[in-house]
Design a protein around this ligand. Structure first.
Ligand code: FAD
Length: 499
């Protein structure tokens, strides 16, 4: 029998990843690529259990992950039937019939004292400014369904991709870098009595896989972190009402647009994610406000194209694991935290978990590393949570109790501060560790109906003629740039056609 000090002081050599969804294979890809020569990496997955089968919209940070791993964009996009995502079209969120786009681009240009929004507000007050979106290339390109890689002006974008093809792509990549895959169902997690560390995973066929460090990527089952180690979960369902989803895949009835659609419904919302070869569709709803039968009927009556995969249900709980890293186990993906997919943030959070882990990868597991990891990740998850709540809370809808309750609920104080600050002063701020930058907060707050009371005095330094010229130059440049772009699918068909 091992003593506590034996196990806890043992150098980390054998890494075992439990689960082969997006989280498992992203972890395997990153660890095998960077530390594959010094570690033994084994991933266990069960075809019988399968994956959650959703998670097809991303945000621009995925590009950083691919760059770190040396994955070529064209290879990745062709392998996953990928399309470009310039942002999300939010339809009926503020009120029925009102739409806006949250795009990934920058809007206008900032002055050192004040953001562009202050000049725009002054321009609007003076009757000199167009829509806020007129000053953002990515937003206008999304609206017009256009995209290209321009030599002089880089557009900021993310991807839509087929999740199962992505897992396959990363599997090949990981195996090429030395990771070993084991097929089988984990039936037991063995721990050391003295230290509480996980020592091995036992499969249904009796095979036992030992390890020094374990990554729990078993999805909502959270087999290691929760079932074996008993780490609790902080539930946020009082702030995020949705707990259910139905997903399906349909044939495309038109060329893919370069943005995700998020369409508000009576007690939730629906997504449309256009890929090259098909469309991913889903409804996310709160079972407290809408029954499963009603959700299914509303969903099926609103999707287009032929259903190519029957709808499958997903139940979830919004919240965060109390510690994503505990003992010698790190939970990634759905086993770690879940904030509903409105802003496509889960894959990003998986990536952040992996990057933090790579940066603090333990030679020997140590508590200060664990504390640092948990504190950083937790902060990032909470920023994301606040950003997602924002979309639901600021609404003018009166058609259902769901939207009324969202508007009237008490929000986290951190979010309240941001909203109050913007409403009073037009100012936003960006915490260094947070994902969404100023431009995202401004677009969504304005899209959800907040118009600030005041603008920064430096906007008064410009007279009407100068301000008009300044705004006009930006919008003309945006228009000129967008005009040069081909349609998104014309571009994709030659850039990275899917097989
Ligand atoms: P899973 O895909 O569930 O994988 C779990 C793995 O563990 C599987 O391989 C399974 O076989 C294995 N496993 C489980 N138990 C065992 C066992 N006993 N033995 C062996 N293997 C086992 N994220 C985004 O970034 N963008 C989106 O647009 C988006 N949309 C979403 C929509 C919905 C409705 C939901 C619920 C989530 C969405 N997400 C999205 C999140 C995204 O789906 C996940 O982050 C992503 O798929 C990662 O899942 P995972 O790998 O953690 O879990």
């Amino acid at each position: 029998m091992h003593t506590h000090s034996d196990i806890a002081a043992r150098p980390v050599k054998r890494v075992v990843i439990a689960g082969g969804g997006t989280a498992g294979w992203m972890a395997a890809a990153a660890i095998s690529r960077t530390l594959g020569k010094v570690l033994d990496i084994t991933l266990i997955e069960s075809e019988e259990i399968g994956t959650v089968g959703v998670g097809e919209a991303t945000i621009p940070t995925l590009m950083t992950f691919h760059r770190l791993l040396d994955i070529k964009e064209q290879d990745f996009m062709a392998a996953t039937q990928g399309t470009i995502k310039l942002g999300i079209s939010f339809e009926n969120w503020l009120d029925q019939g009102v739409d806006y786009i949250h795009s990934f681009g920058l809007t206008g240009t900032d002055h050192w004292t004040a953001g562009f929004q202050h000049f725009w507000m002054k321009g609007r007050e003076r009757g000199l400014a167009g829509d806020y979106g007129d000053y953002c290339v990515e937003l206008k390109a999304a609206e017009q369904g256009r995209f290209a890689h321009l030599p002089k002006r880089r557009l900021n974008y993310a991807y839509h991709m087929d999740a199962s093809l992505y897992a396959r792509f990363l599997r090949t990549f990981s195996e090429d870098n030395g990771a070993k895959r084991v097929e089988g169902k984990i039936t037991e997690v063995k721990t050391d009595d003295a230290s509480g560390f996980i020592t091995s995973l036992v499969l249904a066929n009796g095979e036992e896989i030992e390890g020094d460090f374990f990554i729990d990527c078993t999805g909502f089952r959270a087999l290691l972190i929760e079932k074996a180690l008993g780490v609790g979960f902080t539930d946020w369902s009082h702030w995020l009402f949705n707990d259910s989803a139905l997903a399906t895949q349909t044939t495309a009835v038109r060329d893919a647009v370069p943005y995700t659609r998020a369409i508000a419904d009576t007690a939730g919302w629906q997504w449309r994610i256009p890929l090259q070869h098909r469309v991913g569709n889903g409804i996310v709803y709160s079972s407290r406000y809408m029954g499963d039968d009603e959700a299914k009927a509303r969903f099926l009556s609103s999707i287009e194209g032929e259903v190519i995969k029957d709808p499958w249900p997903v139940r979830f709980r919004p919240g965060q694991r109390e510690q994503c890293w505990h003992k010698n186990c790190v939970a990634l993906g759905l086993a770690g935290s879940f904030i509903e997919p409105l802003e496509s943030t889960t894959i990003h959070l998986i990536q952040r978990g992996i990057i933090h882990l790579m940066q603090t990868f333990p030679r020997v597991v140590s508590q200060p590393d664990i504390d640092q990891y948990n504190a950083r990740l937790s902060e990032e998850i909470q920023h994301t949570r606040d950003f997602v709540i924002l979309h639901f809370h600021l609404n003018n809808r009166t058609d259902t109790q769901y939207w009324i309750d969202y508007r009237e609920m008490t929000i986290p104080s951190t979010l309240k501060h941001r909203i109050d600050l913007f409403r009073e002063t037009g100012r936003v701020f960006h915490v260094p560790t947070e994902l969404f930058a100023e431009n995202s907060w401004i677009q969504v707050m304005m899209g959800q109906g907040i118009y600030p009371k005041h603008f920064h005095p430096s906007a008064d330094l410009m007279g009407d003629a100068e301000l008009s010229h300044f705004l006009g130059q930006i919008s003309t440049d945006v228009e000129r740039t967008v005009r040069q772009l081909p349609t998104h699918m014309d571009y994709m068909r030659s850039y990275a056609p899917g097989a």
